[in-house]
Design a protein around this ligand. Structure first.
Ligand code: KG4
Ligand code: ZN
Length: 407
């Protein structure tokens, strides 16, 4: 099956086409035929966070060029010289109705349909939540337009399920996956045992989920305030580091660890560490950092010490709650997903702690930890196998979509 993934939940616009076969448990294999992504990081950087309406505008601009690129990578240049049936008034009218809130997308899509044959693909997988609703709607409406024009079924995909699926991909031959343009080769999933625990750590989410088997999820706990990635970004801003702050905090903390002799000591709280639940809270930790930096001109080593202690505090809470979930649910495997799973220190601490309990730890390669459309195509494929398609009229974006629910 060839399935097209579309991702617009936050500040990455991404499109990916995979060809997959097999089931989750048995001989699953896939090839990346085409993959393209535009990050809006630079657009949002001046605001220190993602600005929803700006994200919506950028997604509307970027989707058609990305789709063209993916189709070209997959099938070569397939422009058609003769006009096809897309060039009629009824068709244009239907497209206008679907995309009346995305005029920039509509403007590009009509000529695109006139110039391009229907590609040889079988289904569309689109992120319908959770995320920023105005941003999600662009991808959802784009999927609806493609579905109608090309008569393709749509699978709605939970963004978080995509992150978790990405952790299970076998990257032992990851080079080709890193640059799918070079040579579309075949990949599979790592062998691992259920039940599993998923730790989702991103700019929008921090949660622990129980996975009885794929794809049956139950959320055990989540953050009561800020997501851990959001805390990384806010602390980075306090220290005068660019957005998104996670990688910058991580680099600074690493420097401080290497230069242990000169490092100043300070102590930050570990919120909810000892509470008997699976919930998190990061706003107190963020406020504690604010108290350290407020009205002070910090030297570089002081900033590094804060970054290190902040990262350590976040890691302590994440590791301890994950271990608690592993023990209580007898989990054989932990899958980590979301942008913050790119963090070396957190990965290292999780690996250390889980090695002691004999639990397998699966993490995505850092470059696939942040948002992408491969993860959406992958997660969507398993639902498409079960024919879990949705009517164009029923499909909606849902900013607060929970794992384990379809609508
Ligand atoms: O999953 P993602 O791309 O988008 C959301 O769905 O939120 O995650 C983005 C988040 C940002 O907050 C970013 O600062 C954080 O992931 N991040 C990191 C690292 N790389 C990205 N946080 C800590 N350490 C990193 N190396
Ligand atoms: Zn994400």
């Amino acid at each position: 099956m060839r399935i097209l993934g579309i991702e617009t939940s936050c500040d990455e616009t991404a499109v990916c086409l995979i060809e997959a076969e097999g089931t989750f448990d048995d001989s699953f294999q896939f090839k990346v035929l085409g993959n393209a992504l535009i990050s809006q990081t630079a657009v949002h950087a001046p605001y220190g966070g993602v600005f929803p309406n700006l994200a919506k505008r950028e997604h509307s601009r970027n989707l058609v060029p990305l789709l063209k690129e993916v189709l070209e990578q997959s099938f070569g240049n397939q422009n058609v010289k003769i006009k096809n049936q897309s060039d009629n008034a009824k068709f244009k009218n239907e497209m206008q109705q679907i995309l009346h809130r995305e005029p920039e997308l509509l403007e590009q899509l009509i000529p695109f349909f006139v110039e391009h044959e229907r590609p040889d693909i079988d289904a569309i997988a689109v992120t319908h939540g959770p995320g920023l609703e105005p941003a999600l709607w662009v991808g959802v409406n784009f999927a609806k337009a493609l579905s109608l024009a090309w008569d393709l079924p749509i699978v709605p995909v939970n963004h978080l399920e995509g992150h978790i699926a990405m952790a299970a991909v076998d990257m032992s031959r990851g080079d080709a996956l890193r640059s799918p343009k070079a040579s579309p080769r075949e990949f599979g999933l790592l062998k691992f045992e259920f039940p599993a625990i998923a730790l989702l750590i991103s700019g929008g989410h921090t949660e622990l989920d129980f996975i009885e088997r794929w794809p049956v999820f139950k959320t055990l706990g989540e953050t009561r305030d800020d997501a851990v990635g959001e805390a990384f970004d806010k602390v980075a801003r306090m220290l005068g580091l660019p957005y998104p702050g996670g990688p910058h905090i991580s680099a600074l903390a690493e420097m401080s660890r290497k230069d242990a002799e000169r490092t100043r000591t300070l102590s930050l709280p570990r919120p909810m560490l000892r509470e008997d639940n699976f919930d998190f809270s990061f706003s107190g930790l963020k406020t504690a950092v604010l108290r350290q930096v407020k009205d002070k001109k910090l030297a570089d080593d002081e900033k590094a010490a804060i970054a290190r202690e902040f990262e350590g505090a976040a890691a302590d809470v994440l590791v301890s709650k994950t271990l608690r979930a592993v023990e209580e649910y007898g989990a054989q495997t932990v899958l980590v997903g979301g942008g913050v799973s790119a963090n070396t220190h957190i990965r290292h601490r999780l690996a250390e702690a889980l090695a002691e309990t004999g639990t397998a730890l699966l993490t995505p390669p850092p470059e696939w930890a942040t948002d992408n459309a491969l993860m959406i195509a992958l997660a969507g494929y398993f639902h498409a196998l079960n024919k879990e398609f949705i009517d164009v009229e029923t499909l909606r974006a849902n900013g607060n979509l929970k794992l384990g629910t379809q609508l």
